[in-house]
Write a protein that binds this ligand. Structure first.
Ligand code: ARG
Length: 277
């Protein structure tokens, strides 16, 4: 008997619109997550080149990229995912946990208000945008435990009228939900099981018919900080195991090197905020 490969569902790309912020003032001058070490040098030109490559990759894949002007003194502003959550043409601005990033909230809010999201308002709860609020076709996954408040989930429900699945993060290396989980399409996600508690793993198993597990090695290079358009998955080049698993599941992995930005605890997804019409 010949074993046939397991049939995979068709993987269909959908054109996306993203907001990004060039890392002109990128630096690691404080430590608010375990990846950051102010004593380790950062090469800003290299960070800029890696960011430009990510931007070019999105454009080559057919996506639209808007940019926000970076501000001096805000070295983490490159991580646009944290600027807010945008679903159904509505924007909820972020409220940051740490004072080092709090001024970014106003910069992103102003961008939303001036670029078609007139009703945008700041969150009343600590809510670090798409870092912790992950959209999964009709549902929202809300991470908490390190950055966003658990209470932000209720605010997201009322702002967007969508049901929320709350997920507690348990490993400080995976301090934002988007460092531990990537939604690949409505029914498929990749995740690092050890970053969640038993209730979170059960909730994810109930929500996603297809779950791809990342290994310790993949998680340790922020491999899950990936951006999917439904077919192409832009992910850190160092995540070799996850890249192979995605290809086997019928996705097209698109590796990018974000090693310089990883020194601040970020990867491709952290640099990318999706603007959903
Ligand atoms: N240094 C930043 C911080 O700790 C990195 C943010 C990464 N963003 C993300 N969406 N995970 O806040």
């Amino acid at each position: 008997m010949t074993l046939m490969p397991v049939a995979t569902r068709p993987r269909t790309a959908l054109a996306r619109t993203y907001l990004m912020c060039p890392p002109e003032y990128f630096a690691v001058t404080y430590a608010i997550n375990p990846w950051m070490n102010p004593a380790e040098p950062v090469d800003r030109d290299r960070a800029l080149a890696q960011w430009q490559d990510l931007r070019d990759t999105f454009v080559r894949l057919g996506h639209t990229v808007h940019t926000i002007t970076p501000e001096p003194g805000l070295p983490d502003m490159v991580f646009a995912a944290n600027g807010g959550t945008v679903i159904g043409g509505r924007a909820l601005g972020a409220r940051f946990r740490y004072p080092e990033r709090q001024q970014e909230a106003d910069a992103y809010l102003r961008w939303f208000q001036q670029n078609g999201f007139a009703g945008a308002a700041l969150s009343s709860q600590v809510h670090e945008g798409e870092g912790d609020i992950v959209f999964a076709g009709g549902t929202v996954l809300a991470g908490h435990g390190f950055r966003s408040d658990e209470a932000a989930a209720a605010e997201v429900t009322s702002a967007f009228g969508l049901p929320v699945i709350s997920l507690r993060l348990t490993d400080p290396r995976f301090y934002h939900l988007d460092t531990a989980l990537a939604v690949l399409d409505d029914g498929t996600a990749a995740y690092y099981p050890a970053a969640f508690d038993a209730a979170g793993r059960a909730a994810l198993a109930a929500r996603f018919p297809e779950l791809i597990e990342a290994s310790d090695a993949d998680a340790a290079v922020l491999g899950l900080n990936a951006v999917s358009d439904g077919r192409h998955v832009v992910l850190p080049a160092q995540a070799a195991g996850l890249t192979a698993k995605l290809a086997a599941a019928g996705f097209e992995p698109v590796p990018v090197d974000m090693s310089e930005l990883r020194k601040a605890g970020g990867g491709p997804k952290c640099c990318t905020l999706e603007l959903r019409a």
